[in-house]
Design a protein around this ligand. Structure first.
Ligand SMILES: O=C(O)C(=O)Cc1ccccc1
Length: 308
């Protein structure tokens, strides 16, 4: 298989992102590791790979800013699918290390954040340094010259680097799930499945009072439910915020298209990041008056009025 047909991921091997990619049934073989989300997304833009799988959100820590911001401000890309991965963290060290000998820990910031309580209780004086991924932390710790004693990572990363678990299942929240998105160069969205999600970033006309409420009304008045809304500092206007939104439904659903058109008309800028199947396959209940059939009937009625 040529490099351009392969998928990239936040590497090195054995990151959570790698595990998530291996769970995609029809993913091409030989995925390509990248040291950061930004480099993986740039490789997609450059046509080096067909798609990249990157973390976008964690159920404990919230949005992954590097991903959200690069998708918003970088050259256009599209999300074509999502993967949910339950994440569990262990503390790994070189064989022979005791917990009392752990003074410096290295891992991905989201991993550190999700075991903070455990670290505070068991290693209150530890120095923490962040790296590009959990597996990169494991590679670092495997080197006795690294100056690091332990890492927080998945069992596969610890074992692949011949480390020993000093503690297992140390997450402050045992049910944490990370959401990854598969990103490609822009093209038509995947077919609608009736269990879909649409991701957009909206920049409001921030001088207008009530602009956030009016934006939300575009969704609410059409019966479109939101599963995520997150504000991020805007790079376009200092002191202003953008809103990163996941809405239930697909661009091909009249109610979603209607909401997007309404937002496009009334806000400063809308960045469409994709309509794609939901990983949990849950079909939203569509309230009376908001189905495609209801829109069609209303359009026919209007046509009839115009041209009896
Ligand atoms: O570093 C990794 O293994 C990743 O895939 C990023 C990440 C880090 C912590 C929780 C979930 C994903």
């Amino acid at each position: 298989m040529s490099a351009e047909e392969r998928y990239g991921y936040l590497g090195p091997a054995n990151t959570f992102c790698h595990q998530a990619l291996l769970s995609i049934p029809d993913a091409p073989p030989d995925p390509v590791p990248y040291p950061s989300v930004l480099l993986a997304l740039e490789a997609v833009r450059a046509g080096e790979i067909a798609a990249a799988l990157v973390p976008i959100e964690n159920s404990v820590e919230g949005g992954v800013s590097a991903t959200l911001d690069d998708l918003t401000y970088g050259r256009p890309l599209r999300i074509v699918s999502e993967v949910l991965l339950p994440v569990q963290f262990n503390l790994y060290a070189r064989p022979g290390t005791k917990l009392s000998e752990v003074h410096r820990v290295v891992s991905h910031p989201h991993a550190i954040a999700q075991v903070r309580q455990w670290l505070t209780t068991h290693l209150p004086d530890v120095q923490i340094v962040t790296e590009g991924s959990t597996a990169a932390g494991a590679v670092t710790v495997a080197d006795p010259e690294s100056g690091f004693d332990a890492t927080v990572c998945a069992a596969v990363a610890g074992e692949a680097n011949r480390l020993t678990a000093l503690a297992t299942e140390i997450a402050d929240n045992a049910d944490a799930v990370t959401r990854f998105v598969l990103v490609t160069r822009p093209g038509p969205p995947p077919e609608r499945t009736s269990a879909d999600k649409t991701t957009v970033v909206v920049f409001l006309n921030d001088d207008d009072s009530g602009s956030l409420m009016r934006m939300l009304e575009q969704f609410a008045s059409r019966g479109v439910n939101l599963s995520r809304i997150e504000s991020r500092p805007s790079r376009l206007v200092r002191g202003a915020y953008s809103f990163s939104i996941d809405a239930h439904g697909h661009l091909a659903d009249e109610r979603v298209a209607g909401a997007l058109k309404g937002i496009k008309r009334t806000s400063r800028e809308v960045v469409f990041l994709g309509s794609y199947p939901r990983a949990d396959k849950v079909r939203p209940a569509v309230d009376r008056g908001h189905t495609d059939g209801d829109y069609r009937a209303a359009n026919e009625w209007l046509a009839e009025l115009t041209n009896p």
